[in-house]
Each structure stands twice: as C-alpha cells, then as structure tokens.
Ligand binder design. Structure first.
Ligand SMILES: [Zn+2]
Ligand SMILES: [Zn+2]
Length: 230
C-alpha cells in the first residue's frame, strides 16, 4: 500500500485514533501524548481551561494534546483554518465556533508524528533562549558577583576623574534587581568643607548612572580610613 494513498491514510488514522477513543480519558491524559505531560512547561500563551471555550465538544475531548492552539493562533471570524493532524478533533470544533458559519475549517491528516515532537522541541529551545539571561543574572545575584556589563576599573576611573577625589576604596557593586545596581565606596577628599563636596557628589552619582549604577552610597574621608582592608 502506498503511504500517499488517501484511503490508506484514512484507514491508519481511523485505526490509531479508534484505539485511543476506546481508552478512557484518564488513560489518555497519563499517556505520552496526553495533557499530563504539559505540567513541566509553562505555556503562558494558552488559556487554562479547555472546557470553557466556545464550541467545546466533550465527545471530542480524549485528553490529548498540550495547550490550546486555537487560542495561540488568534483565529478570527471568517478565517479559513487548516488543522494539520487534528487529534481527537476538539480544536476543529472550537476553531469552527470562532471562525463562524461562512468560514472553513480544513483537516489534514498525516502520519508525520514527528511534527509534534519537533514543535515541542522548538518551543523548549525558545523558552530556554528567552530565559537564559535571567538564569545567568540570578546565578550572579546568588553568588554576589559584580553585575554583568559593569567593569570595576571603569567605575573607579570615573570617580577618580573628579579632581576633588584623592582616592577611592572599598568599592562594592551588586545588583539589587535584574535591572538595577547599587554601589558603596569610600571617597577620600582634600577639602574639609563637606558642603562644597555636595555638588561633586551629585555629579559622580550622575556619571555612575551612565554605567548602569542607579543607587550609590559614599562614605567621605579625609585620609584616615577606619577599615583595614581595601
Ligand atoms: Zn570593603
Ligand atoms: Zn575608607
């Protein structure tokens, strides 16, 4: 028999889905193609409850599939919908309810079961890529490291470029969220009139904001540091 023979294809689909249809919904949900395996993935784009959607047909719900493709596809009234491999058929009923009477829903059966696996794999990769930066930032935060994109040397140079600052030490930089950073430092100044330093201090804070450091706290000293370590 030829795989391209439509009658032959129909008989395979009939046979395979017939088997599934004879099992209970609970049995299907716990099987490898059931909804039970969706738990580990956060498909935020899909609605949570299938049964509340317009067009839902309990007879066509065999507890198969992952997420709600009809929600994701943003089907509008009048659309022509093509469902490639329609599972137990519920997506078709729902698509029909949304698309309306004048529209069409076309079902295409294939034996290409791998399509499902490939799509799941692509979704997993997309999720991994979009969360990777957050993951790295979280690790850095947990390890109390200097936030990414900030160089300690650069920060020290920016501060030392102000002629009023003789020395800078105890520079500590850490992220306070995944977008904002904080800094504390000891600044050694020559002028004992601290009120004059106020303007300089604000200018330093401004320069540091350009280096993605939004929160700064300075301890002003006149040469003698109470702490030993630098
Ligand atoms: Zn220190
Ligand atoms: Zn100090």
């Amino acid at each position: 028999m030829n795989i391209n023979d439509s009658e032959y294809l129909k008989s395979i689909v009939k046979e395979q889905y017939g088997k599934i249809a004879e099992q209970s919904k609970t049995e299907n949900e716990t099987s490898c193609c059931g909804t039970g395996c969706c738990e580990t993935v956060d498909y935020a784009v899909f609605a949570e409850d299938y049964t509340k959607l317009n067009g839902y047909n309990p007879d066509a719900d065999l507890g198969l599939g992952c997420g709600l493709p009809t929600e994701f596809a943003q089907i509008k009234a009048g659309d022509t919908v093509v469902d490639l491999g329609s599972g137990a058929g519920n997506d078709v009923f729902i698509a029909r309810a949304i698309a309306g009477e004048k529209a069409g829903v076309i079902i295409i059966y294939t034996r290409a079961y791998w399509v499902d696996i490939v799509i799941s794999f692509i979704i997993a990769i997309v999720i991994l890529i979009s969360t990777w930066k957050l993951f790295i930032d979280s690790i850095r935060l947990a390890l109390d490291g200097i936030p990414g994109g900030i160089e300690l040397d650069k920060v020290q140079n920016v501060i030392l470029n102000f002629k009023e600052v003789k020395d800078v030490h105890h520079v500590h930089i850490w992220p306070i969220s995944s977008t904002e950073n904080a800094l504390t430092a000891h600044l050694v100044v020559s002028d004992k009139d601290i009120s004059k330093f106020e303007t300089v201090k604000n200018e330093i804070k401004h320069e540091l904001e350009h280096l993605n450091i939004q929160h700064t706290t300075f301890e002003i000293e006149y040469g003698n540091c109470s702490d030993n370590h630098k």
